[in-house]
Design a protein around this ligand. Structure first.
Ligand code: HPA
Length: 270
């Protein structure tokens, strides 16, 4: 496994030919940030050794290297979801590769269902913490000591400094943001009303089908993490309506420019 990670990292580094300041993983309908990147190199996932392939609409499947906010970034246009059938090792493989390439800061975005009754569809949520509700743990199995400890601390997973900066940027730009806890579930079903209520009772503000595995692996390797979520539908009792993947993408795309602005300025300030 470690050899594969090293080989893929070397492959990308040899193509990139420059140090990279931060990595970005873009969620459903949130790929618009790529338009802001002065793209220098696009590598389709299918050309990268040992990279899984994206299988669903709205996830293009390219690794993009370019300039954003005066920094060099690597963006994943499309991520690997557990519900697609990938193992947790596959879902998190790109994050391992990022760290091996020498990248120490990870930005993640996602679409989510709102559980907190104060949240509205279209709200931007700065993730403060998460609940891992996936049925398989990405760190289960022999620990790769070279990469991180057997029992990683998770008490400060979402970097406070970046969260505070994001809030300051939002305030300055007049963008309304929330702060909340993300619960990560396997999907692919959206929640039943009873499940939404359960996740609210468990202490979550939003629910989604990604992010948690990548963040766990990033924190295992002591990467600095910033996470942001767009509420694309409501899981609040009385407000739940039928939803589809297309609607999730549509709402995400509408809120995306504000999220992009926050991410861009955060990266500029790195
Ligand atoms: N539940 C789970 N994942 C999601 C949702 C949801 O309501 N919306 C977007 N991703």
């Amino acid at each position: 496994m470690l050899e594969k990670i090293k080989a893929t990292a070397t492959f990308i580094n040899e193509k990139a030919k420059r140090p990279i300041d931060a990595a970005i993983i873009l969620g459903s309908g949130l790929g618009g940030l790529v338009k802001e990147i002065e793209i220098e190199l696009t590598i389709p996932y299918c050309e990268i050794p040992d990279f899984p392939l994206s299988t669903i609409d709205g996830h293009s499947g390219n690794l993009i290297i370019g300039r954003l906010g005066g920094k060099t970034v690597l963006a994943m246009q499309g991520r690997f979801h557990y519900y697609e059938g990938y193992s947790m090792k596959e879902v998190t493989f790109p994050v391992r590769v990022m760290k091996m390439m020498g990248i120490n800061t990870l930005f993640v975005s996602n679409a989510s269902g709102g559980l907190n009754p104060d949240y509205k569809v279209g709200d931007i949520v700065i993730i403060t913490d998460h609940i891992n509700f996936f049925p398989e743990h990405p760190l289960r199995g022999k620990n790769m000591e070279e990469l991180g400890p057997r029992f990683p601390d998770m008490s400060k997973s979402y970097d406070l400094h970046l969260r505070n900066k994001a809030k300051a940027i939002a305030l300055k730009k007049g963008i309304n943001v929330r702060e909340g806890v993300y619960v990560g579930v396997s999907g692919p079903t959206f929640e039943t009303p009873a499940e939404y209520l359960m996740f609210r009772h468990l202490g979550a503000d939003v629910v989604g089908m990604s992010t948690v595995p990548e963040v766990i692996v990033a924190r295992h390797m002591d990467m600095t993490v910033f996470g942001i979520s767009i509420v694309t539908d409501s899981g609040v009792p009385g407000q739940i309506v039928e939803i589809s993947h297309e609607e999730v993408q549509e709402v995400a795309m509408k809120a995306e420019p504000h999220m992009t602005l926050i991410m861009k300025e955060l990266i500029e300030g790195l």
